[in-house]
Each structure stands twice: as C-alpha cells, then as structure tokens.
Design a binder for this molecule. Structure first.
Ligand code: DC
Length: 234
C-alpha cells in the first residue's frame, strides 16, 4: 500500500502547476470534483493582494506594505473554489487583465509569499485537496503525493485567455493578450523567490489539442495507476 508522504494526511495532496492560460483552474476544478476533494486556486490569493493594493492605494512594488495589508484580511475558499475575502466572494473584479499583471507583480515579493504560504499550507494540511498555482509542487507542498505540470504553447494559451476576456466584455486584441501573457510568464519564471518551474517528480501534461475533460481523464488514469486501491486508501 502506498504511504502518504506526510502522516498528518489520510488523503493525498494533488499539486497542479504551470504557466498562465494552460487551463489549470478548469482541470483542477474538474479533477477535484471527480475525486470529491477540495479545490484551491492559489492564483486567486495573489490576485486578491493586487486588488487590495489598488483599493487601498498601495504600490505593487511595496512588498512590506502589501504583506501588512494581507494580514488585515481573512481568506477562505468555498466548496466550489470561490475565494472569499472577509466573507465576501471575489469574482470578476480579480479576473481583469490589470489584476493579472498586478498579481504577477505582487507575487515577486518574499513578504507577500510568506504570508500566503501559511494560508495555502493551512488549506491543504489534511490532504484531500487539489491545489493549483505556480509553486505548489516545488515550495508549498514539495511532499505532495501527486504532482502535475501543465504545458501548452504560448499561442494556444493566449487564445484561450483572449476568448475568456472577450466573453467578459474586455476589449483587448489577441496580440495584446499574448504579449501580456509572455511578460507574466517571464516575470513568474525569473523571480528570485519560488519561480515557476516543474518539480523534478512532477508529471508533465501537454495540453494543446486536448479538452479539459480529456486532461482530467488523463490525470485520473495516472492517479488510478499510482493508487490501485483508490487514492484514499492509504
Ligand atoms: O493562476 P493565475 O493566473 O490566477 O495567477 C496569477 C498570478 O499569481 C501569476 O501570474 C503568478 C502568481 N502566482 C504565484 O506566484 N504563485 C502561485 N502559486 C499562484 C499564482
């Protein structure tokens, strides 16, 4: 029987990392639903920090002030994966292209990352959770029982994101989305603390030309092969 890497858990932690627009949220949500696990979209936390900064006049460059502001708020995720700040759901207001850039900017500060590390580890402590982000398998839960790293071409990721933004009524060209996405990937991969990279023990999942349902099916097959008696059996 496979043992959990951490005795605090009776169910696995599933880590899903990858660049912007690879479809992490959709597949993480789908996988969590299939396994009946909680779903945690960690990018929403960084988006919330950029949102708080804009609302309170704090610069995205001021790490210590951002971290202090984070500590004044309470965060929790509901079963459907929606982030609530002080009991209020955060929706479209943290999904704009301005907040996407802001989230990447605030995410480079060690002070901000340290505050959010505690929040994320608290949410996954007991297992039975799918967390998606940039550093889940490398920093937040390096001992996660299951790690996936999603990859897709820049063109495909930009196309998906552009369609999403258009649906929300944001008027932006595909070329602008692609440029913003590339800048964000560069920032996320080259920052000093917890840069986006694939954990050595993560399974790479190429997502171009695959639907979210197909990616989820692939992940479920992998988990079924890894835990033949069921993922909750250890
Ligand atoms: O997944 P997303 O696009 O909502 O994430 C927004 C930004 O937050 C992303 O550009 C980098 C940052 N982020 C991070 O640094 N670490 C995470 N675990 C998740 C997101």
């Amino acid at each position: 029987m496979t043992q959990p890497k951490n005795p605090m858990r009776n169910k696995p932690v599933v880590a899903i990392d990858g660049p912007a627009g690879a479809g992490k949220s959709t597949v993480a949500r789908g996988l969590a639903k299939a396994l009946q696990y909680a779903f945690v979209d960690t990018g929403a936390l960084y988006r919330a920090v950029a949102f708080i900064a804009d609302a309170s006049g704090i610069s995205w460059d001021d790490g210590p002030a951002l971290a202090q502001a984070v500590l004044r708020h309470a965060f929790h995720f509901t079963a459907d994966g929606t982030l609530h700040m002080d009991g209020v759901p955060l929706g479209g207001e943290i999904r704009t292209s301005r907040i996407s850039s802001g989230a990447s900017a605030v995410a480079r500060h060690p002070e901000v990352r340290t505050c959010l590390l505690d929040v994320q580890r608290g949410l996954g402590r007991e297992g039975g959770v799918v967390l998606e982000g940039r550093d889940i398998g490398t920093v937040v839960f390096p001992d996660a029982e299951v790690k996936f790293f999603l990859v897709a071409t820049v063109a495909e990721r930009a196309r998906r994101r552009w369609l999403e933004l258009r649906e929300k009524g944001e008027s932006i060209s595909l070329a602008e989305v692609e440029a913003a996405q590339e800048a964000r990937d560069r920032a996320d991969m080259t920052r000093e603390v917890a840069p986006l990279r694939q954990a050595e023990d993560a399974v790479e999942v190429p997502c171009d030309h695959l639907s979210a349902a197909e990616v989820v099916a692939h992940m479920r097959d992998y988990i079924a092969a890894k835990f033949p008696a069921g993922p909750d059996s250890f």
